[in-house]
Each structure stands twice: as C-alpha cells, then as structure tokens.
Design a protein around this ligand. Sequence first.
Ligand SMILES: [Zn+2]
Length: 222
Amino acid sequence: MGSVGRVQQVGGALVIVAAMVGLNSLGNHGPQPLRVDHTKAWSYVRTPHSTASGLERRLGEIASFVARRPVQVRCEDFFEGKLVEPGGVVQFNGERPADFARLRPDVCSALVHFARAPGGAYACVVAATCGPDTLRSAGALTVLAHESVHLRGLRDEAVVQCYAMQQVPAVARLFGASTEDGRALAALEYAVAYPHMPSAYRSAACHLGGSLDVSGNGGWLR
Ligand SMILES: [Zn+2]
C-alpha cells in the first residue's frame, strides 16, 4: 500500500531539510540544479535492483494483471525511517508510479501459504469458523491487489483500497482459488479488516452500488 507519508512530522522534516539545502546553496555557485539529482534518484528507484526469485516472478505476473501493464514485485523490508502504509509500498514521482512494488516479507510468506492451500474460505465463511490463517490470506491478497492498483497510477488511498478489495477474487483465482473462495476472501476483508483501517483508506462510497463499486455485480461484498 502506499507511498510517501502524509504525516505532519514528515512535512516538518522536509521543511528542515529544505532550509539546510538553502543554507548550503549560499556558498555553492556550481551548475548542478537539484532537479538533476532528483531525476537520477527517480530513474534509480523506479525499477528493482535485485533479480526476481521464483516467487517474485509469480507475484509480478499477478501484479501485472491487476496493474494492466508489466510490473514487478519484490519481497523485502522497506522501512526507511518514514511512515509508510502497512504491507507494501509503491514509490511515486508526482503522478507517475514506479514499475515495481515492494511487499513486506510476512505478506509474501502469507501469499506462499495461501498458494499452497487456496481453498476453504467459502466454507468457513458459511460456517462462521474462519480462523487467523484465512484472515491473513485475505489481508495479504488485498495488500498485493492494493499495491498493484497503485501501479496503475492511482494514488488516492481510499479509492485504491476499494478497488483492491474488488480485485481480490481475481487475484485469488490466479493463485488457484475457486471463484467462491475468492469472493469469500474479499467479503472477509471488507467485513472484518476494512472497518478498522485508517480513515484515509476508507470511503463512504465503497459499498454495493456506491460510486467506487466497479465490480459490476457486488460479488466482492458477499
Ligand atoms: Zn496505498
């Protein structure tokens, strides 16, 4: 999920950094505008710098399906001293997303676990017996879907999260789940996890028939 923080402290830190750059520039008459450094930084961060593992290649294929363009996924820690959304991150340069998403290692582990046994969600929802493993699967699938929607170029977290939950059935099917189980996982995420997300990730329009309902049949809600 993700992108750069929207937290007051981050803004404060940026102000301090800008002031320091301003002071340094007083004694620097060289011809290196900051924009050049920024462009180099972006060209460096927009693509991954590690070879994809087998799992990462598979996740990249699924992310590309959701993102509607070729993208990659890497499983790695991404904490860089600033707050980012839990689970994953996609870097943006203005409105332009990078060409890959990073997922937290525990999210990748949950996806591996799900891929090995992608069935059972529908049955446990019907019987009201879903345990932590099923909820973890629903959450991990939603994180993958969320970052993949970011990779389309969408930044608004509430819109991205709503679209992501609607992608969960398709993403689950790509891992081998049935249509019923995929929908059950989306419904679990919507009913159990979504109400507890930070307000920036929720929208009053994210419901059956709401303006963010793009699934066509509301199957993700049931
Ligand atoms: Zn996000």
